[in-house]
Every structure is written in C-alpha cells, then in structure tokens.
Design a protein around this ligand. Structure first.
Ligand code: HEC
Length: 478
C-alpha cells in the first residue's frame, strides 16, 4: 500500500512530473545524445580538411566548438537539474512505483549514475581542452577520441533509462521470473531504443542547423558546406526514425493503442485524433523539406525560419513522451501496479475489507455519518489524486459535471454506479480499490466539493494522522 506524500491541487502531480520530465528529455536527446556525435563528426571533418586546407579545417573546427559550448552550458545546468528533478518529482508523486522500480533496477540505476558522472567528466574534458587540442595533430586525434567517448556514454545513459521506461509499459516475462535480466529485456526495450536513437540524432541536427545558420557569417566561405552537411545529417536519420517508429508501434500492446485518441487529444478533444495525426505528418514534412533544401541549396535556407523545425521536433518529442506515459494507464508498471500505487494483487483484499483500515495514511478505520466527508477525502487522495485534483487541472468535480452535462448538484448514487465500473468504460482508470462504505464516502466528498469548493491540501501541507496498523498473526499456523 502506498503512502501519499504530496498533492498539488491546482496543477496536479501529473503535470508537475510531465513539465520537468519533458524539459529534461528534450535537452537530453537534442543536446546530449544527438549533439555529442554530431559535434564530434564536425570536428573530425575539420581535422580531415585541415590536412589539405588548414583555413577550411579551422572553420569546421570552430563551428563544432561553438555548438559544444552551447550544449555544455545547457546540459550541465538545466539538463542535469531536470534529470535529478524527474526522480524527485516522480518519487513525490508515486513513491510506491519508484520503490518497486528501484528494487528491480537497482544495479541498472547504479550503473547509470556512474556512467552519468563519467559523461559529465568527458564533456568537461572535451570542452575545456578544445583550444589546446589544435596545437598538434596528435592532440587533435586524442581530442576527437574524447568526443567519441562522450557520444558513447551519453547514449548509454539513455539506453539504460529506456529499459526502465519500456518495463513500465510492458514488463513482459518479468511478471513470472522476477529478475533484473527479465526486467531489462522487456518487449518494448529494444524497439523504443531503436526509435529514440535516430530521433535524438535528428533533433540535434535541427538545433545544430539553426545555431550554425546564425553563427556562420554570410561571408564565411564554408558556410554553405557546413549547413549542407548538417542538413544531410537530418535527412539521413529520418528514414531510420520512421523505421524505428513502426517497429515500436508494432510492439505496443493493442490495449494501449486503444488509449491513444484520449492520450493525444484528452477526452474532450479525442475526436480530433485524425486532425492531430495530420499535424504530426505536417511536422515531419517540415523537417523533411528543410533537410532537402539544406542539402540541395544551403544558401537558400531561410535563417529565421529554422526555428520552425526545432520547435516542431521539440513538440514531436514532447507529445511522444506524453502519449507514452498516458497509454500505459491504468498501470504505472504494466499488469503489476496501478497508477494509484496499489498492487494489482492487493486489490481483492482492499475491495473486500476496505482500503482505509490498511493505510497508515488516514486515522479513520470506521466510517460514520460524522467522518464521512473526511473519509471520502482520504479515499480520494488514495484512489484518485494521482490523476485528478478537486478543482484544478483534471478536476474530478468538473469531470463529473461534464459527464452528466449539467452544473446541477451531483447525484451521489449515479456517481457511485459510475465509479464502480469506471475501469470498464474508461480503460485508462484503475478499478475503484475500496469497499461500498468507502465508495459512499467518496461520492459524498465529491458532492460536498461541488457545493463548497475547498482546495485539497496535500500531506506536505496538512500533515497526516498516522495510525498504527496491527496485523494479527495466527500463531497456530506456524
Ligand atoms: C490513472 C489515472 C486516473 C485515476 C487513478 C483516476 N482517473 Fe479518472 N480519469 C483519468 C483520465 C486520464 C480521464 C480522462 C481525462 C480527459 O482526458 O478528459 C479521467 C476521467 C474521469 C471522469 C470523466 C469520465 C467520463 O467518462 O467523462 C471521471 C468522472 C473520473 N475520471 C473520476 C475518477 C474518480 C472518482 C477516480 C478515483 C476513484 C478516478 N477518476 C481515478 C485518469 C484517472
């Protein structure tokens, strides 16, 4: 049983995690995983050109260094902070799931941390020794080698985390054979990695192209060639990304695909699914056009419009992350733990005996007429607050009002009937985990919130009345 630690009643915990995580993924994919090999390649190209034309070699080298400078600043500040921030926010929002994931992936996470530290060391060495590396050919070669190591380590951190993300969607054979090995080799791991890798490369290309178009002066003799090279890089990765996307889509369990329309457009806009898919196609087309134009006629690249593919690729990845997080609902770890932090196998017990008596989080064991609303609040916090607020984003009151298309006082009986079968109608919601008395209390709480809206403070504000749970052990069973 989970212990709710935190609740943001205006924006909801989901939004908090999403904002931090999406910022991080964009920085990580575009400016670390994709940028490191792109910059190294540009530097290597400079090194080769240097042999025949030192001036040209220098132009490529300078451009690569400037790109790295930006990546260095952003990844070691905002990138690293949001990276740690994801785990802080996620462990506040859903401590039980983080707990489970750490137990399964302890060794993987530990390795990831070491690799991350090495990645930071490599980017420091790579950036800080850049100017000195130009002194001799041997230094330059060694320097390029550091770029290569940085590329490998940046990719490895992503490769490890993707195993965990795949596991959360579909743990595969881990459900029977619970080991780190079966957890890592989940069915969605490799397909997702094969999709993310080229997407990261493409994103790096769009950002690199935009920055280079601004940094390189029009009178720079090699401007066009550098822009052409980066455009070609984008083009080259596009078919790989498309193939990865198909492979990935193919492996996603069909039940999750069914969640896609609501995931993409929210319930209100799910009918716009078709239009949103068209928007996605347009985004890809923009990237493709820029790639072609840059490769054929780099001189014609409209500098000020190069922000469009950058924004488009960021939106694309952000949407992808949102969808991925959404479609695995109602689970936070596929088939094993629901998004409310309750294990699937614990459900029968709670539904029979009630959930409140098993949670140290609420002092209430027996629901009476006097404590009904307070009990309902506790049930809401346990069963609904991971995804709903009272009156903020994804407000439970408004969800009911919208469903009944009426602002009239909510009918407790109707709500009870709905909540009892909500997981059958709306597959992204877990079943209600409590008993009938708790369902009654929850409906009362929602109706009360509609009548007298009151912000629901999270445990971080109001604290908790912990109760002691005594488990009776039948000694004769021994
Ligand atoms: C795993 C997350 C999650 C949990 C837990 C959850 N919900 Fe939902 N609920 C959603 C999502 C997502 C929607 C659809 C939101 C949208 O896109 O409009 C939704 C929609 C609803 C709707 C509107 C449904 C409709 O058909 O119009 C109601 C009512 C609702 N939830 C009530 C509850 C109650 C009560 C609980 C707790 C017992 C709960 N939910 C728990 C995610 C959740």
């Amino acid at each position: 049983m989970d212990f709710p630690l935190f609740h943001l009643d205006f924006m909801g915990n989901r939004m908090l995690v999403a904002v931090i995580a999406i910022t991080h993924v964009i920085i990580n994919h575009a400016l670390a995983v994709g940028f490191a090999p792109l910059v190294t390649l540009l530097e290597f190209r400079g090194y080769l050109k240097h042999k025949t034309n030192p001036e040209e070699g220098k132009a490529w080298d300078e451009m690569a260094r400037k790109l790295l400078f930006i990546a260095f600043i952003v990844t070691t500040t905002a990138g690293a902070l949001t990276g740690v921030g994801i785990w802080f926010a996620a462990s506040l929002a859903n401590p039980a799931s983080l707990g489970s994931l750490i137990r399964v992936f302890y060794f993987a996470w530990f390795t990831e941390w070491i690799i991350f530290v090495l990645e930071v060391v490599f980017i420091m060495i790579y950036f800080l020794t850049w100017k000195k590396s130009g002194e001799s050919s041997l230094n330059k070669k060694k320097h390029i080698l550091f770029g290569l190591w940085l590329s490998i380590f940046s990719w490895l951190t992503m490769a490890i985390i993707v195993a965990i993300l795949g596991f959360m969607m579909d743990p595969g054979s881990w459900v029977e054979k619970k080991s780190l090995f079966t957890g890592v080799l989940n069915p969605l791991y490799i397909p997702q990695l094969l999709f993310r890798t080229p997407v990261a490369m493409m994103m790096a290309g769009t950002v690199g192209l935009m920055i280079s178009a601004y940094v390189l002066k029009k009178n720079n003799k090699w401007r066009n060639e550098i822009l052409r090279y980066i455009s070609f890089w984008i083009l080259l990765w596009m078919p790989v990304a498309a193939a990865g996307a198909f492979l990935y889509y193919w492996h996603i369990p069909r039940a999750m695909i069914g969640n896609l329309p609501v995931a993409l457009g929210t319930q209100q806009f799910q009918d716009w699914y078709g239009s949103l898919v068209i928007v996605a196609i347009v985004v890809v087309a923009i990237g493709f056009t820029i790639g072609i134009l840059g490769t054929i006629a780099p001189r014609r690249l409209p500098k000020h419009l190069l922000i469009i593919p950058v924004i488009a690729s960021f939106l694309f990845l952000g949407t992808f992350e949102r969808l991925r997080e959404f479609i695995r609902k109602p689970y936070v770890i596929g088939e094993y733990m629901y998004a409310n932090g309750i294990l699937v196998e614990e459900y029968p017990l709670y539904q029979q005996t009630g959930i409140l008596m098993h949670t140290p989080y609420s002092a209430i064991t027996e629901i009476t007429e006097e404590n009904k609303v307070a009990a309902g609040e506790a049930v809401f916090t346990i069963a609904c607050s991971r995804c709903h607020t009272t009156h903020g984003i994804s407000s439970v009151v408004r969800k009911f009002e919208r469903m009944y298309a009426s602002k009239e006082p909510l009918n407790a009986e109707a709500m009870k009937t709905y909540i009892k079968s909500m997981h059958n109608v709306r597959h992204y919601m877990p079943p209600f985990p409590g008993n009938d008395a708790e369902l009654d209390a929850l409906a009362e709480f929602v109706a009360h919130q509609q009548k007298r809206p009151r912000k629901l403070d999270g445990p971080q504000v109001k604290g908790v009345d912990v109760k002691e749970i005594v488990y009776e052990i039948n000694k004769t069973d021994k």
